[in-house]
Design a protein around this ligand. Structure first.
Ligand code: PLP
Length: 412
């Protein structure tokens, strides 16, 4: 596990952390929304624009070749990071939301009335609404797999649904951005495959602190975002098994993704370029690859163990604050802990906590169905540490949350 000295050294890589907010040192604990970016990633973006920038895949000149090489090397870095069999399986998108929308639009072409698309009850809107809309367009049914009392996906209910034999696809988060539930993706993929159901994994929350080996887990599709793993915004990935991607037709058209274009008809490139029309965010992809190198330098296992430890500390500390309700108690929790305090608005808690220099999230966390229809708790606060947070910061945050809750109760 990362020790104090290692974490202090890591913090030096993140210039943004070294600042005061409202006269207090910044404590950034909203990493489930966006992680901070290490200096090497910022420098890589500047370096590319300063020395190598040109459009990719289009020209023979040297700068274009450098940019293209950077983009394709980035594809290889992503492939290696998630254990994919081939770079042909790595589609660059603008983020998880774009990846799942792309997949849902393509998958819709094969949905018919009588087919089912299932999502778990803990999905982020991005892993739910695109499928709900695909079903509405095609006449397929949209089904929700419930959670058990602890906030884990109810696998018995999932199997019962799968046994109907008409579930085309399951959309499921690897790690929940609200409950922190880490779902047993390998078991879920095995179960789904037994019934001929394809699995789309939303890995937005898990790529930093869980190891994702798509071959070992046997995922069919995986989506994630650069900005939740120390990369820049505006870049993400849709991984798909080659044979599945090959079976899908493009839904966005334009430059580069075509093979032959005639006035009468067009043919399309091979995967993955077929799904990357127009100028891709090649600088974002190159910077994402740098972020991956950085995470690997810190050590994926060390990050995972340390972040699990910090989340445990958050949970333990929140339990000691009177009147705090922690959402869920899943078998395995990672990344974040969400809570509410009876009679108090999360917006007020997070606003007063911010005045003490501590950034935590409040709101519906883009999971309205989970909060309104499962937990009856429309809005919550969320604390989500990353590997550059210290144990001292967690203690400070918890003390401030305690103090703010006490203060808000007193002023009524
Ligand atoms: N899925 C989950 C579980 C998330 O937590 C998020 C973002 O918070 C998303 C999807 C959407 O990611 P993005 O906004 O990067 O597209």
């Amino acid at each position: 596990m990362l020790d104090d000295k290692a974490v202090r050294a890591i913090r030096e890589d993140f210039p943004i952390l070294d600042q005061q907010l409202h006269g207090k040192p910044l404590v950034y604990l909203d990493n489930a929304a966006t992680t901070q970016v290490p200096r090497c990633v910022v420098e890589e973006i500047a370096r590319h624009y300063a020395t190598d920038n040109a459009n990719v895949h289009r020209s023979v000149h040297t700068l274009s070749s450098r940019s293209t090489k950077g983009l394709e090397n980035a594809r290889e870095t992503v492939r290696r990071y998630i254990g994919a069999a081939s770079t042909r399986e790595i589609v660059f998108t603008s983020g998880t939301t774009a990846s799942i929308n792309l997949l849902a639009s393509m998958w819709a072409a094969r949905l018919r009335p009588g087919d089912v698309v299932a999502v778990s009850a803990l999905e982020h809107h991005s892993s739910l609404v695109p499928w709900q809309q695909a079903c509405a367009r095609t006449g397929a049914s949209f089904e929700v797999v419930p959670l058990d009392a602890k906030g884990d996906v109810d696998l018995a209910a999932l199997e019962k649904l799968l046994a109907r034999g008409n579930v085309s696809l399951l959309s499921i988060a690897h790690a929940s951005n609200v409950l922190g539930t880490v779902s047993p993706i390998k078991e879920i993929c095995n179960l789904c495959h037994r019934y001929g159901t394809v699995v789309s994994v939303d890995a937005a929350q898990s790529t930093r602190h869980e190891t994702i080996d798509v071959c070992e887990l046997d995922c069919d599709f995986v989506s994630f975002s650069g900005h939740k793993m120390c990369g820049p915004t505006g870049i993400g990935v849709l991984y798909g098994k080659a044979e599945l991607l090959e079976s899908l037709g493009p839904v966005m058209f334009g430059g580069e993704m075509v093979d032959k274009v005639r006035f009468g008809e067009s043919t399309f490139e091979d995967i993955p370029i077929r799904f990357e029309p127009g100028t891709p965010n090649y600088v974002g992809a190159i910077a994402l690859a740098r972020a991956i190198d950085y995470l690997e330098d810190v050590g994926r296992e060390s990050i995972s163990v340390y972040e699990h430890f910090l989340v445990g500390e958050v949970e333990k500390g929140l339990k000691e604050i009177e009147g705090v309700r922690i959402l869920g108690a899943p078998v395995m929790r990672a990344g974040c802990v969400s809570f509410s305090a009876e009679g108090l608005h999360p917006f007020d808690i997070a606003s007063f906590v911010d005045k003490k220099g501590v950034a935590i999230r409040s709101g519906n966390q883009c999971a309205q169905p989970l909060l309104n229809e499962v937990y009856d708790d429309g809005s919550i606060c969320r604390i989500s540490p990353a590997f550059y947070n210290t144990q001292g910061e967690i203690e400070e945050c918890l003390a401030i949350v305690d103090e703010v809750i006490g203060f808000l109760r007193r002023i009524g």
